[in-house]
Write a protein that binds this ligand. Structure first.
Ligand code: ADP
Ligand code: MG
Length: 602
């Protein structure tokens, strides 16, 4: 599930050592410019390029930068390992020579998984399940939408799962454990030094125990005094198994903590009344201070609105259960949307209430019933959930609240604080919600930035099912008999020309929504009128790339605007593209105020 951005490259070997890399290059003939790519054992998400030239080996580290790009120290940034290698195949740009010939992995040799690679999947699941109380589909969606952020979170605590990690024990107790049983050179353990959040490494050599303080610098990186720096404790330990880096000898054998992988990273005991569990502050490898990480969608109650689905998914909310605020969240032809609170057995929930203005109009009432009927069938974290209908002074549709409001407005008033990366994350979530709709055979027909609502800056939900249709089992499109008040600028050619609506026409709208998002709420096609836009599209033109939009996102946008719906990607494909890009650029955790003390503790 969590894909290494280099996994597709036939010259990527995974987590192999420098000497293994050299061995592969040797066996492949050592031609000048022969190269391979491997995982960097020091930095999360980094690589090493190993290159042969005049019968010598050259190794270049590729760092993953804070902004998500990759670069060889001193070189140009690239958006992924593939792009980087392609670049250096054309231009040596500081390397001893250009990359000429990939040293291919033989077909029967799998990519070598690193220590964390093989643990990651299980840890992710366990973590999401316990920390956020999620299960089933909601858990899968949480993992898919937030894998990079979660991986970083988990990587920094992965040492807690290792057999050599003994937690908070005193130095004397460390010695006692190392001296018990066999005492081979290089037997080692890692322990917490005290409550300062720093670590110590204790090891045996010549029947004597040596203690070393593991240093941590401000950026959060770990190292031995004057040694190589690592993002995590377990990477440091893996490295010290290969190189002493200042120790009396390399690490050889773990002094077992006796817990054999049963331990889960420490989780908080605190819990809110509604079943919400606040996230633990585990980025903490890098932050002993009160630094908070960005909230993830799963930190919002809205991620899993139903603690008891049977309790809430009914059409009969009683008026007495509803408190309605005067605050209007929005309005339309139908009436207005108001803020409110729904009282349930499980507690109070903030809600948005769509209130019909004109009760007498039978048509309007039927429309809202249809909207409710559609929403009732949908259950996905990235789609606004309907909680029920209430028939009182007027007909009211009760939905979970997305308090940060419509995406276009949010972006245009928060231009300075929202990064392109956040937009990628949000649009990936939208694509997940749309993929769900596509699987369930629903067409939305009004996907636009105004109908994507935000719960927080990192959590988007699709809303407004006023025009949506459920397709029959055998149909792949809905045919409108007459054209209505349609959002033409968001509509695909087949909608306008033949009144045919399908998930593929929603994909077109998704492209326009992406354009709006990367333009920070800009108006698509500026001041042009609907029919002018139609002419523009028919002539083969498309909107330009918004200034802040990454090239790959613009490429995807244009794919969404493929004229023929048969050739247009579906949401399965669109979501995959969004996901790969989202994963490839996701940030490392920001460096936070940790202290580095320089004295060894021998
Ligand atoms: P319309 O069909 O008129 O576009 P919408 O369902 O899009 O109706 O709702 C209109 C406005 O009400 C939205 O733009 C938004 O500002 C607000 N709104 C609707 N649903 C919610 C919600 N669940 N949470 C917060 N605000 C909402
Ligand atoms: Mg709307």
């Amino acid at each position: 599930m969590s894909i290494d951005p280099a996994a597709e490259l036939p010259f990527f070997y995974g987590s192999i050592s420098r000497s293994d890399a050299e061995q592969h290059l040797k066996l492949a003939g050592m031609a000048d410019g022969l190269f391979l790519l491997r995982q960097c054992l020091r930095s999360l998400g980094g690589y090493v390029l190993s290159l042969a030239w005049t019968v010598e080996f050259h190794h270049y580290s590729i760092e993953k930068q804070l902004n998500g790009t990759y670069c060889i120290v001193g070189g140009k940034p690239h958006c992924g390992p593939a792009e980087l290698c392609e670049f250096y195949s054309k231009d040596a740009d500081g390397l001893v020579c250009a990359l000429r010939k990939p040293c291919l992995r033989s077909p029967d040799m799998p990519i070598q998984l690193g220590v964390f690679d093989s643990l990651r999947e299980n840890m992710l699941r366990e973590y999401v399940k316990q920390t956020w109380n999620l299960e089933g589909e909601a858990m899968e969606q949480a993992i898919i939408s937030q894998a990079p952020q979660l991986e970083k979170l988990i990587a920094t605590t992965a040492h807690e799962r290792m057999p050599w990690y003994h937690g908070k024990i005193a130095r004397q107790e460390g010695e006692r454990r190392l001296y018990s049983g066999a005492q081979p050179d290089g037997k080692f353990l890692v322990r917490d030094r005290d409550d300062s959040g720093t670590f110590a490494l204790s090891m045996i050599y010549g029947k004597t125990v040596y203690h070393y303080q593991i240093l941590q610098e401000k950026s959060g990186k770990f190292s031995m005094p004057e040694g190589t720096k690592f993002d995590t404790i377990w990477q440091l330990v893996e490295y010290l198994k290969m190189k002493p880096d200042g120790l009396v000898t390399v690490l050889v054998e773990a002094c077992l903590n006796g817990k054999a992988g049963a331990k889960i990273p420490s989780l908080p005991a605190t819990r809110r009344a509604n079943g919400y569990t606040p996230p633990p502050r585990v980025v903490a490898a890098a932050s002993n201070s009160a630094a908070e990480r960005d909230l993830l969608p799963m930190d919002c109650t809205g991620f899993n609105a139903y603690h008891n689905p049977n309790d809430l998914k009914k059409f009969d909310i009683k008026r007495s259960q509803l408190l309605m605020d005067e605050v209007e969240l929005g309005s339309g032809n139908f009436g207005c949307v108001k803020k409110g609170v729904l009282k349930t057995e499980a507690g109070q929930i903030d809600v948005a209430i769509k209130v019909l203005k004109n009760e007498n109009e039978k048509l309007v009432k039927e429309e809202m019933m249809r909207e409710a009927e559609i929403m009732h069938q949908l259950n996905n974290p990235f789609i606004v959930r309907m909680l029920g209908l209430c028939n009182a002074e007027s007909l009211m549709l009760v939905m979970e609240m997305a308090s940060a409001g419509p995406l276009n407005k949010y972006l245009s008033s928060n231009k300075d604080t929202v990064t392109a990366e956040t937009i990628v994350n949000l649009m990936h979530q939208v694509s997940m919600g749309m993929k769900y709709l596509e699987e369930k055979n629903f067409v939305h027909r009004d996907l636009a930035a105004r109908n994507v609502l935000l719960v927080t800056q990192q959590f988007a939900k699709i809303s407004d099912f006023g025009l949506s249709k459920a397709l029959g089992a055998d149909d792949n499109y809905y045919k409108a008999r007459t054209a209505g008040k349609w959002p033409l600028k968001w509509y695909a050619p087949e909608c306008i020309n033949f009144h045919k609506f399908s998930s593929k026409s929603d994909v077109w709208s998704f492209g326009v929504t992406m354009w709006e998002a990367f333009s920070y709420g800009g108006k698509p096609y500026k001041k042009m009128k609907g029919p002018e836009v139609t002419r523009l599209i028919e002539s083969g033109s498309r909107m330009d790339c918004p200034v802040a939009c990454p090239e790959r996102m613009y490429t995807l946008m244009k794919e969404c605007w493929t004229y023929k719906h048969e050739e247009r990607p579906d949401f399965k494909k669109v979501e995959e593209s969004m996901r790969l890009y989202h994963y490839s650029i996701s940030n490392k955790a920001k460096p936070e105020g940790a202290t580095a003390t320089a004295e060894p503790v021998k």
